[in-house]
Design a protein around this ligand. Structure first.
Ligand code: NDP
Ligand code: HSE
Length: 444
């Protein structure tokens, strides 16, 4: 049997019970949750149908300055005791160990849980969903994917009657901000990353952003929802943006496109079985693509569904206040369920689709090569492509100095295995001095 938290001290026969909320973490997002919860308490209570009381805020340090919106008397370092006093627990501490233990404890105690922690869900999701199911409580996570953008509900609920074929999106604000600033302002990677940290977009360890792991966690969550199957962080083929150079950005611009870090999840055939392939990598988007104009720390997710066609979800993907908006939306839902009963939709993983490796994906590439500028080199290159069954769509050559040239070859769609073999053979092809880059190219 599930242990319930003790009755609220405010509960009476006639008045609705006060919903007691525990906040775990009071950093970039938590501070904004406190501010908005206090500022709009009357409206939130009206929407929930009961008063909502913030009963405590767990942090690591009681001495840090958290601004005027955070009542010092609510701060505690005893997160476990706080969890036991709550009807709804909001987890905003990040990480996968303490956060997991506290969430499991909250669920076991019968509290609903709201979290923005994509790493937690992409790593321990099945254990947490199972625990929430067993306890009959909410586990809500709208803020975990694309900040303020309501894409989790959109995919999980609005598209529950459709068949999603493909999801592709810009789901990391930090990397989009960095690439955008490098593209439009010609700024240096490190300078822009520091600015993203100042603005509160980056993770506590920004490696998770720039190496693509944060986007991969979000991709795993979106893929699980879209395809009703289990996808975890380790299933995502992941490459970040640390290798993207100013020259790559310029070459993409010359080809009429921009480089964006995309998360792509799609149904593919692998060994004649329908499977799911999920990847995160920098991609060249032609300027006409709906995701090409997504600037700054904004996020956007395009969902292609059989009946609905192409949908796009767009908005602020990171930062304290936008993320707090999504957290509070979930908090209202979980608090409402406490008073009025019911539960948000649980995990749906019935499809049990296998995960396909990257070799089963088909895509186009723009392959840039530094070559010797002499007769026969193009013929050697064409032979290498042909030998691997990869068809060329366009070739652009730029003369350089020292009898050298840069070639940008865009292929037609080809299987990833053939593309990888071509790329490795090109390095050995006569006349090739260096393989400069090999980005995937999306169609508009
Ligand atoms: P911060 O690093 O700014 O804040 C983390 C907070 O958690 C701090 O207040 C910290 O306490 C507290 N904390 C850390 N460990 C513990 C612990 N063991 N016990 C108690 N408190 C602890 O993180 P963010 O607010 O940026 O992010 C929070 C979560 O939201 C993460 O999962 C993140 O991935 C997610 N998220 C963040 C977004 C953003 O734009 N920032 C957007 C969407 C999701 P102290 O202050 O004392 O150090
Ligand atoms: N670090 C994340 C980002 C926060 O930049 O998108 C939002 O999840």
């Amino acid at each position: 049997m599930t242990a319930q938290p003790p009755p609220s001290p405010h509960e009476t026969a006639s008045a609705p019970a006060t919903v007691r909320v525990a906040l775990l973490g009071c950093g970039t997002v938590g501070t904004q949750v406190v501010r908005l919860l206090r500022r709009h308490s009357a409206e939130i209570a009206a929407r929930v149908g009961a008063p909502v009381e913030l009963v405590g805020i767990a942090v690591r340090s009681l001495d840090a300055d958290r601004g005027p919106d955070v009542p010092a008397d609510l701060l505690t370092t005893d997160a476990e005791a706080l969890v036991r006093r709550a009807d709804v627990v909001v987890e905003l501490i990040g990480g996968t160990t303490t956060a997991r233990d506290l969430v499991l404890e909250a669920i076991a105690g019968g509290a609903g849980v709201v979290t923005a922690n994509k790493a937690l869900l992409a790593t321990h999701g099945p254990q947490l969903y199972a625990a929430a199911d067993a306890a009959g409580v909410d586990l809500l996570y709208e803020a975990a994917v694309a900040g303020a953008v309501p894409v989790v509900r959109g995919v999980r609920e609005s598209l529950a009657g459709d068949r999603v074929m493909r999801v592709l999106g810009i789901v990391n604000g930090t990397t989009n901000f960095i690439l955008d600033e490098m593209t439009t302002g010609g700024h240096d990677f490190d300078v822009v990353l520091a600015r993203a940290q100042e603005l509160g977009y980056a993770e506590a360890d920004p490696t998770a952003d720039v190496e693509g792991h944060d986007a991969a966690a979000k991709a795993a969550i979106l893929a699980s929802l879209a395809f009703h199957t289990r996808v975890s962080l380790g299933d995502v083929d992941c490459e970040g943006i640390t290798g993207v150079t100013a020259a790559d950005i310029e070459a993409a611009r010359e080809a009429g496109g921009v480089i964006k870090l995309l998360a792509i999840a799609e149904r593919v055939e692998a060994g004649s079985r329908e499977s799911v392939a999920v990847r995160v990598n920098p991609v060249i988007l032609p300027d006409g693509h709906p995701l090409a104009g997504v600037r700054g720390a904004y996020n956007a997710v395009v969902v292609e569904a059989e009946a609905a066609g192409r949908l796009m979800f767009y908005g602020a993907g990171a930062g304290g206040a936008p993320t707090a908006s999504a957290v509070l939306g979930d908090l209202v839902a979980a608090a409402r369920h406490r008073g009025q009963g019911g539960r948000a939709p649980a995990e749906s993983a019935y499809a049990e689709l296998p995960i396909a490796g990257p070799e089963h994906v088909t895509s186009r590439r723009q392959i840039r090569l530094a070559v010797e500028d002499r007769p026969g080199v193009l013929a050697h290159l064409a032979t290498t492509f042909a030998e691997h069954g990869v068809s060329i769509e366009t070739v652009r050559q730029q003369a350089g100095d020292d009898e050298a040239a840069t070639l940008a070859v865009v292929t037609h769609d080809a299987p990833e295995s053939a593309l990888r073999a071509t790329i490795s053979a090109l390095r050995e092809t006569p006349g090739v001095r260096e393989l400069l880059s090999a980005y995937r190219v999306e169609r508009a």
